[in-house]
Design a protein around this ligand. Structure first.
Ligand SMILES: [Zn+2]
Length: 305
């Protein structure tokens, strides 16, 4: 058996898979985000409970929101309780087996290129999550790209392109990472709402923006044009650096089929002749991708580079 755990800012999920990646069981618990010790105890308890329920001892992979740096510390995550911990060491003290920890966006690309995923068997892929934030992970030659400092794939913290900032008169917003005008603040779900309001709209959720856009509202159309220009530029930068065959879109915004379908043309505007625009597909495993990718990494079926 293989266990995957996806630690979220509010909920933590465990899923148990058989060797063919059929899900045998899954459940969620509230995340004690402010209390690191309680969170570590919760994770250990979930693993013990999985062992008891299934009469075995599964391999283990854990996905966390935020980057885990080369020292095993969690950086820029929405889990204040873990801020003072060296995550790898603290988990080793609580868990009774070997485990792999990874950023949840990287777990996503592992899952979507694995059995039953949207890009099954693809060796060069980029997973782009557009939800409350903009996370990413790259598979290069079949291996998950981490890099020396383990920051590889953080496309959401590339800067806003100056041309678009000028054309749309965009404000330079502070980002949670400490930098200014990171793309995440404009292209993820809350960013799309921000763009709509910037152009005079009144939505409070990406879904409300989408309804306004479908209804042909002017501010919503301007926001869409700006959003696509930013996303096309950002993903074209990913293509220039990593040359993926497929880009898989996940997170809440991936539910908008029209957005996913518009991305290849938006990217093509920022690529030079002769560069093939990769296929852009929507996540097939949806919310389950993070937990499944963590389990796959824990099982050792995808290695890292
Ligand atoms: Zn940032």
């Amino acid at each position: 058996m293989h266990y995957g755990i996806d630690v979220g800012g509010t909920k933590t999920e465990i899923a148990i898979y058989d060797p063919t990646w059929q899900c045998l069981d899954r459940w969620r618990e509230p995340t004690p985000a402010d209390d690191g010790e309680a969170l570590l105890a919760l994770l250990a308890g979930m693993v013990r409970k999985a062992d008891r329920r299934h009469g075995g001892r599964g391999s283990l992979g854990l996905g966390f929101p935020g980057v885990i740096d080369e020292h095993g510390r969690l950086v820029a995550a929405n889990l204040p309780g873990l801020r003072s911990f060296v995550l790898e060491t603290a988990l080793a003290a609580h868990l009774d087996r070997d485990f792999i920890i990874e950023n949840d966006s990287r777990c996503f690309v592992v899952s979507e290129t694995g059995p039953g995923g949207a890009a099954e068997g693809v060796m060069h892929a980029f997973g782009a999550i557009l939800g409350t934030g903009a996370g990413g992970g790259a598979l290069v030659d079949g291996r998950l790209l981490k890099g020396a400092g383990r920051f590889a794939g953080e496309w959401g913290h590339l800067p806003l392109p100056a041309t678009a900032a000028r054309r749309y008169d965009l404000p330079l917003l502070p980002c949670g990472c400490g930098l200014e005008a990171c793309l995440e603040g404009y292209i993820a779900g809350p960013g799309l709402v921000r763009l709509h309001r910037h152009f005079g709209g009144r939505s409070t959720s990406a879904e409300q923006w989408h309804q306004a856009w479908l209804a042909g509202e002017g501010a919503a159309r301007r926001a869409r044009e700006c959003h696509l220009a930013l996303l096309g530029d950002a993903l074209a930068n990913v293509v220039k650096l990593l040359s993926p065959r497929v880009i898989i879109i996940g997170g809440g915004l991936s539910a908008m089929d029209d957005l996913v379908a518009a991305l290849p043309a938006a990217m093509a505007e920022h690529l030079f002749p002769g560069v093939e625009v990769p296929d852009v597909v929507r996540s097939r495993l949806g919310d389950a991708s993070g937990v499944r990718g963590a389990a796959m990494l824990g099982a050792g079926i995808t290695t890292t580079a």
